[in-house]
Ligand binder design. Sequence first.
Ligand code: ABF
Length: 236
Amino acid sequence: MTADLSPIDRAKFVAAKRAVEYVEDGMRVGLGTGSTAAWMVKCLGELVRDEGLKFTGVATSKRTAELAQQVGVPIVTLDEARWLDLTIDGADEYDHNLHLIKGGGGALLQEKIVATASDQMIVIADISKQVEALGAFPLPVEILKFGWQTTKALVEETLVSLDVLGQTTSLRMNRDEPYITDEGNYILDLHLRRIGNPRQLSLVLNQIPGVVENGLFIDICDIVIIGNGDGSVEVR
Ligand code: ABF
């Protein structure tokens, strides 16, 4: 599975490989979305096949559910699982408080619901995701289609009132059409450069009617496992 990996893929793979060591028999495990999380799902598939690991997964996107099926990871819905022991997912940025920006892959809503329903959340990442302050990566905000332009204007007004740097927003596109999430919503990407107070911004954004959820994960992540291109791993 790992022959001829580029340094970046090796970094993602070794982080994923270390993270699956936390999965024990009988656990209910949230399965993240994205290229790093995909390595984790493949590693779990290997453990099921080669070592008879018995656990159930809850996918955070259609993509992840499909991959899990392909590699033989048993999946149930979150409603069937109700509460999870552990979620393993990627991130777009993490800071020294282990606050995150997620949602670059478009699955932030299910990712946040699943991570919040877990006793423990482990983020797997390469070192490029580590930042001094969140915000260089555009902050995804999932919004309803209904009245989306009004919601966008309200979000922009809110950013101005909070004096957040940058302040441009764009509707995420998929070729010539708006990007549609698994839940049938749109995504606004907020280009902010630096988020001084992520906790406040997250709370205020979620007060806006039309906003379904934002990509700031505050006090949700417990551990970050960082993979490096040379195959070494750090745990924070
Ligand atoms: C998911 O995948 C997202 O929340 C995040 O946007 C993205 C990270 O993707 P990758 O691992 O491909 O960089 O975890």
